[in-house]
Design a binder for this molecule. Structure first.
Ligand SMILES: [Zn+2]
Ligand SMILES: [Zn+2]
Length: 375
């Protein structure tokens, strides 16, 4: 299932190739200071905060911290190169708690090939698809509204798979598509991939965001020229949905991939609309929208990296960044400048936490960044 913001998808960012980059940070600040571009951006947000204090969630630092927490080699190009000549590289760790086990992936939309291989390679966990009706939790066309947050919905989907099979490890993914929070005229796709371990009572997830998704939308009548839309929508590589532009959501035709079917759907849906137009838009389901697929795959890679690390106290997989401590004193006035000071790594099951400073204890911030000295 996929949800779009109700007023989203109003612009087509073009049909350029999707480029997803996995950053290899040379330093954590390199990630913080990097700017996003329209076609190359992918970063993750963190796991749930379980620590208090003056901390915050949801910044581009998360991926750097996660990568270095759960996979020390991720931030070390030398180590990564060394492992290329290691015959064991790429083999899952057979001592991992999930090695040799099976997780069920709840999906109607052919996500197994995106999510299963990186998980199998990283930790030896076999992922099998289970066909449960995830649409009951909401659809992006809003004919069934999503009730929870994207994370809650992803966890609920994973639990549908667990309930259907009795296998206690469930996986799912969830996408949200709408205006980019930083550059609202771009369309952003934020994906979540989650693993729910019902026996341990933990959920481990990663998120990945990109503006590389191809979307298009237009209101068209039967006599209108389709060519501009078809080219900006990358049709038929990307499939389309047609429904009435105004009034009831039905009739609705999904997964359209031929011009003949598109024309027939426009005739039918424009006839059902008060304004005589059909709403034609990208079908955002994963199997119908190939520019979403590498974003889901990237997110699965990040989750695989996170699952590789286990808690040093209780052994639960998913050890990694759970929070960031923010606040460096201004060198002039001493007020806290909202810059990351430390990353907190933690376990999702027990209380074990470790703090990794990002700056020396006596670090001071430039007054130019201070909200009081440079308002
Ligand atoms: Zn633990
Ligand atoms: Zn100041």
């Amino acid at each position: 299932m996929l949800i779009s913001w109700p007023t989203g998808m109003s612009s087509a960012p073009g049909s350029g190739a999707v480029t997803i980059t996995r950053s290899t940070p040379t330093s954590r600040y390199a990630i913080l200071s990097s700017s996003r571009t329209a076609s190359e951006s992918c970063y993750s947000w963190s796991q749930a905060s379980q620590a208090g204090g003056d901390q915050r969630e949801g910044d581009p630092l998360a991926f750097a911290a996660n990568a270095s927490a759960s996979n020390p080699d991720a931030a070390n190009p030398d180590a990564a190169n060394a492992s290329a000549s290691n015959p064991d590289a790429g083999r899952p760790n057979s001592s991992h708690p999930y090695s040799g086990r099976t997780a069920v992936l709840a999906t109607k939309h052919e996500k197994l090939s995106l999510i299963g291989p990186p998980i199998q390679r990283a930790i030896g966990l076999t992922v099998e698809a289970v066909a449960v009706d995830t649409d009951v939790l909401g659809t992006f066309t809003a004919d069934i509204p999503r009730k929870g947050t994207p994370l809650e919905t992803a966890v609920a989907k994973a639990r549908l798979g667990i309930a259907a099979t009795g296998i206690p490890l469930g996986m799912a993914s969830e996408g949200s598509i709408g205006p980019d929070p930083l550059v609202p005229f771009l369309v952003a796709d934020q994906e979540i991939v989650v693993l729910v371990d019902e026996e341990a009572g933990v959920s481990v997830w990663e998120t990945c965001s990109s503006t590389g998704i191809v979307t298009a939308t237009a209101d068209l009548g039967p006599a209108d020229d389709l060519e501009p839309l078809l080219s900006s929508a990358d049709f038929p590589n990307h499939r389309l949905i047609v429904r009435p532009s105004t009034g009831p959501l039905r009739p609705i035709h999904k997964g359209i991939d031929t011009v003949e079917d598109l024309n027939a759907a426009i005739v039918e849906c424009s006839g059902a609309a008060a304004n005589g137009l059909a709403r034609v838009e990208t079908d955002l389901r994963a199997h119908a929208c190939p520019s979403r697929q590498p974003i889901i795959g990237q997110c699965a890679l990040q989750l695989a990296s996170r699952l590789t690390a286990c808690c040093p106290t209780c052994g639960t997989p998913g050890w990694g960044r759970v929070d960031v401590v923010v606040g460096i004193p201004c060198s002039w006035c001493g007020a806290k400048v909202p810059r990351p000071r430390a990353v907190i790594y933690g376990c999702l099951k027990c209380d074990h936490r470790e703090t990794a400073p990002l700056v020396p204890p006596d670090a001071e911030a430039d007054p130019g960044e201070c909200p009081f000295c440079n308002p």
